[in-house]
Ligand binder design. Structure first.
Ligand code: ADP
Ligand code: MG
Length: 679
């Protein structure tokens, strides 16, 4: 099909590049021009079509200039009103002309009226539309008419029949009672009058069900295919030997929870296989993922391989390093720490340790996956807070050196719980383990919402907590647009609080602080020498200081749900009852109010995540993943859970039994968009 460059540009703005894109550009709503209502009987408050003859035509100037016509049919009279109109319209809508109007009838002072109806001149007895009129999502400069015509043209094209040949095996179609693809597409573009507009609009109609199924299936197929491809590589077999894990567990001050034992067993089982593990470990804040990671690392080291743990912030990486070296060094394991800010000479020593294998565990930030980092033999890469890393960064952490034909096992950890439907869809290329309980004895966190103009009330609370030997976080607002501004607020708050609390030790930590100082401040806070820590959101992830039991978060209304949940998770880590105070600035936007209510009412991260998904859609959860995964346009994870399960089962069946159809299905739906997660 040929279109002008101008139209082409508009189309590409709608993401339409191929004929198939046009075919799949589905209406957002419909207008029903398939029948006429008598004026007197037309139901108010919904879009209706009426027809009549113009009996009066007048330009009124008060209260403002407008064109007012009266239209009459056998049943009654209706006023149509145009507030903006062309001079030519006065003539077009002359007395005696027959018009068909589409719009909403309102009953005003002058009786029934329609403001700015869709209006066209018709002959008496002119036939009605035999299908509903589709209204498409469009863009400035591209009219419904042009777009509708283009789509109609493609649909009528004989070629389209071929484009839309069935990719689903008969068996699947009958098992799930799916409508035919071509029929579904035709029906959605041009629904016959007997179809329920409600079912179309709610996207519950069988035609929609088919489209959504196909879309979900394409996503599943493509992700499972990549899963299988990665699985076809060889990985070191890291058997469970218990030579290190056992003594480690024996000296631990507490017992693992049942959930920790379960996920540790899943991971251990994966590591012992000859293909690379690709597992995502999910667990709420404070559920104890670090120990599970440590056990996995020990299993690699038991087998003579190295392990690496990568964290997104220096503070978190440093904390992992301290914790893990305290655990591992008594077992005779060399632990190395690598960060971007280390001095060159020092760094070289560490790089040597990693390359020679004397460091059996390497802990670090992004610095770990730079070119010059060569492992002796890396068996396992652990990525904490995986959503912070891009696909490419994760992939760069691969085995180098002697055994480069082996791909290391990968364990990704996420403290932002991912709702089940989301992990079934966008994370379908991974195996998932979930820690679904917290260690025993955690006192619940009490959340309080306090308007900013009452901030003086919390001063006394802080004073009291510190007198009791407790410690306090004060988190400064996140201002996305400007790091500098955020820094400035943090500094001002710090100075301010120093004055308010002359007898407390107040500390300040933010992202721009040199590593050395950051480490010192965090160490002082950990030891209890700093009582009140003013921080930017750098402390959001992972920081673990159990004695801190009060947190104040400023401008909480600006933060996202998962961020609030993460921040709040910094308290409530000991056995003391903890309090999290959310300070907010009035007035609250609608969405901010919703968010604050959710965080106030819930402490379970999975429930918060589920509500967050409803509020914002999946984009926010995917983080850097978003660019690598086929996104869903039609299916709705909340509404279409049942179809998702069906698509999941079908994907495996098709990849096993109908690989050619599977390939065609992927190509149809994802085409050149399959540029994607590569390992
Ligand atoms: P997260 O899952 O958020 O990374 P951490 O691994 O930092 O959680 O663990 C949070 C805290 O709980 C740490 O202080 C850790 O030592 C402690 N912890 C972990 N597992 C247990 C357990 N089974 N019993 C008691 N405390 C535990
Ligand atoms: Mg953690």
């Amino acid at each position: 099909m040929t279109v002008s460059a101008n139209v082409q540009e508009k189309l590409s703005r709608l993401g339409i590049r191929h004929e198939l894109d046009l075919i799949l550009h589905l209406p957002i709503r419909y207008e029903d021009e398939t029948h006429l209502f008598p004026i007197a009987d037309a139901p108010p408050g919904q879009t209706v079509q009426v027809e009549g003859v113009i009996v009066h035509n007048e330009v009124v100037v008060r209260p403002r200039r407008q064109l007012v016509c009266q239209v009459e049919d056998n049943s009654g009279i209706l006023v149509m009103r145009f507030l903006n109109f062309y001079g030519s319209q006065i003539k077009t809508y002359a007395v005696g002309k027959r018009v068909r109007l589409l719009g909403e009838i309102r009953h005003g002072f002058f009786g029934a009226e329609m403001v700015h109806p869709k209006c066209r001149i018709v002959r008496e007895g002119e036939s009605l539309a035999d299908t509903m009129t589709p209204i498409y999502p469009t863009t400035a400069g591209l009219t419904q008419k042009t777009l509708g015509k283009l789509i109609e043209q493609v649909l009528q094209d004989a070629h389209t029949v071929q484009t839309l040949t069935e990719t689903l095996p008969e068996k699947i179609i009958s098992t799930y009672r799916l409508a035919g693809l071509r029929d579904s597409i035709m029906c959605l573009h041009n629904p016959p009058p007997e179809v329920s507009i409600e079912a179309l609009q709610a996207r519950t109609h069988p035609a929609w069900r088919r489209i959504k199924f196909d879309e979900l299936l394409a996503q599943q197929l493509s992700m499972r295919l990549h899963y299988r491809q990665r699985r076809s590589h060889s990985a070191p077999v890291l058997a469970q030997k218990n030579t290190l894990t056992k003594p480690f567990l024996e000296q631990l001050a507490f017992k693992l929870t049942a959930a920790q034992i379960k996920v540790a067993a899943e991971i251990s089982h994966d590591l012992a296989a000859a293909h690379p593990m690709q597992r995502l470990l999910q667990g709420d804040v404070g559920s104890g993922k670090t120990i599970v990671a440590a056990l996995a690392a020990l299993q690699a080291i038991e087998n003579g391989f190295q392990a690496a743990i990568m964290a997104p912030t220096e503070i978190l990486a440093e904390q992992h390093f301290q914790k893990l070296s305290a655990w591992f060094e008594p077992l005779g394991i060399g632990v190395a720490w690598l960060s971007g800010s280390q001095k060159k000479k020092h760094k070289q020593t560490i790089l040597n340790d990693i390359a020679l294998g004397t460091a059996q565990l390497a802990v670090g930030t992004h610095a770990l996956f730079q070119e010059q980092v060569l492992f002796h033999q890396l068996g396992l890469a652990i990525i904490d807070e995986q959503h912070r890393f891009g696909v490419h960064q994760r992939l760069a952490l691969r085995m180098k050196g002697a055994q480069s034909n082996l791909v290391p096992h990968q364990l990704m950890m996420s403290a932002t719980p991912i709702p089940r439907t989301l992990s079934m869809s966008y994370f379908a290329d991974l195996d998932v383990s979930v820690i679904d309980e917290l260690p025993p004895g955690r006192a619940p966190i009490v959340t309080k919402l306090i308007a900013d103009d009452r901030r003086s009330e919390i001063i006394a609370r802080i004073q009291y907590a510190c007198q009791q030997g407790k410690q306090v976080y004060w988190v400064c607002p996140l201002i996305e647009e400007s790091d500098t501004l955020q820094l400035q607020t943090a500094m001002e708050t710090y100075e301010n609080l120093c004055q308010v609390f002359p007898d407390l030790n107040v500390g300040l930590v933010h992202g721009r602080l040199p590593t050395q100082e950051k480490t010192e401040v965090m160490a002082l806070f950990k030891q209890g020498d700093i009582q009140l820590l003013v921080a930017t959101t750098v402390i959001e992830v992972g920081v673990d200081v159990p004695n801190a039991s009060l947190m104040v978060i400023e401008n909480a209304e600006r933060m996202g749900l998962s961020q609030l949940h993460q921040l709040r998770g910094r308290v409530g880590r000991g056995s003391e009852a903890s309090i999290c105070i959310l300070l907010y600035q009035k007035p609250l936007s609608d969405i901010a109010r919703k968010r604050l209510r959710i965080i106030f009412e819930h402490t379970d991260g999975f429930e918060i995540a589920r509500q967050d998904l409803n509020l914002r859609g999946p984009g926010e959860f995917l983080g850097a993943r978003q660019s690598g995964v086929p996104m869903l346009r039609f299916a709705d994870l909340e509404q279409d859970g049942e179809l998702l399960t069906a698509a999941q089962t079908t994907a495996d069946e098709m990849l096993n039994d109908y690989p050619d159809l599977a390939q065609r299905h992927i190509e149809r739906w994802l085409g050149d968009k399959t540029e994607y997660l590569r390992v």
